[in-house]
Design a protein around this ligand. Structure first.
Ligand SMILES: Cc1cc2nc3c(=O)[nH]c(=O)nc-3n(C[C@H](O)[C@H](O)[C@H](O)COP(=O)(O)O)c2cc1C
Length: 202
C-alpha cells in the first residue's frame, strides 16, 4: 500500500518482504557499485528514515549533503587515504551522502552540556546513519559508512559552517558485488548481567 502523503511507501503486512531483524543482520558494507542512478523517490524514502530517527530531546542535529556531481565526488574522494577500502566507491557510486551535525545542540540544555558526555552529536548522527543504511538495504541499495578520512578537508570542500561538523560519509547506489559478513562476537562476549563482568545469566 503506497502512502505518498506520508512521503514514504508504507507496505501492508502481507507485502513486507524483509523483516527488521533480517535487515539488520543482512545489511553489509558495500564497496563496489553499479553506475545506475538512484531514483529521487528512493532517495527521498532513505532521507525519510533519517528524518524519523530518534535524537536527544528530539533535537535532530543531523544534516545530510547529497552529492551527485562527479567533480564534487572526486574532490571528496581525496579526503580518504589511498588505503581506505571504500576509496573507489566514492567515485563509482552515483550518490555520496555526507552526514553532518549541528554542534552544541544534542545533549545540551540552555547552552550547557547536560551530561559528562558533552555533545551527543556523534550518537544521534550514528543512529541516523544506521536508519539510512537499513532503509537503503531494504530498498536494494548499498552503503558503506566511511569514518576514516580528513574531516577538516571534507568540511572545506563542502563549505560546512563553523557550528556544524562532518561526521561520516556513505556512497549510495546499487551494489555491483555483495559484501562479505565479517565475524561477529558471540552475545556471551559482550553482554553482562546485573553488574559489569558477570558474563553468564546464572
Ligand atoms: C563508524 C564507522 C566507520 C567506518 N569507516 C570505514 C572506512 O573508513 N572505510 C571502510 O571501508 N569501512 C568503514 N566502516 C565499515 C566497517 O568496516 C564495517 O561496518 C564492519 O567491518 C562490519 O562489516 P559490515 O558493515 O559488512 O557488517 C566503518 C564503519 C563504521 C560503523
Amino acid at each position: 500500500m503506497d502512502r505518498p502523503e506520508y512521503g514514504i511507501i508504507i507496505k501492508a503486512k502481507e507485502e513486507i518482504d524483509m523483516d527488521l531483524i533480517e535487515a539488520i543482520k543482512g545489511r553489509r558494507s558495500i564497496r563496489k557499485y553499479k553506475p545506475d542512478p538512484v531514483p529521487e523517490e528512493v532517495l527521498k524514502t532513505i532521507l525519510e528514515a533519517v528524518r524519523w530517527s530518534p535524537s536527544w530531546a528530539n533535537t535532530q542535529c543531523w544534516e545530510v549533503a547529497v552529492v551527485k556531481d562527479q567533480n564534487v565526488k572526486s574532490e571528496l574522494a581525496t579526503v580518504l587515504s589511498k588505503g581506505n577500502p571504500a576509496l573507489s566507491s566514492m567515485t563509482d557510486a552515483p550518490v555520496v551522502l555526507v552526514l553532518c551535525g549541528r554542534k552544541g545542540v544534542s545533549g545540551f540544555y540552555k547552552g550547557q552540556a547536560s551530561t559528562v558526555k558533552g555533545d551527543w552529536l556523534m550518537f544521534d548522527t550514528g543512529i541516523a546513519m544506521q536508519s539510512l543504511c537499513l532503509a537503503a538495504h531494504e530498498l536494494g541499495l548499498g552503503t558503506v559508512i566511511v569514518g576514516l578520512f580528513d574531516h577538516k578537508k571534507a568540511e572545506e570542500i563542502l563549505g560546512v559552517p563553523q557550528d556544524r561538523e562532518v561526521v561520516a560519509i556513505t556512497p549510495l547506489g546499487y551494489p555491483a558485488a555483495e559484501g562479505v559478513a565479517p565475524k561477529r562476537k558471540e552475545i556471551s562476549e559482550f553482554v553482562f548481567y546485573e553488574r559489569y563482568g558477570k558474563l553468564n545469566n546464572q
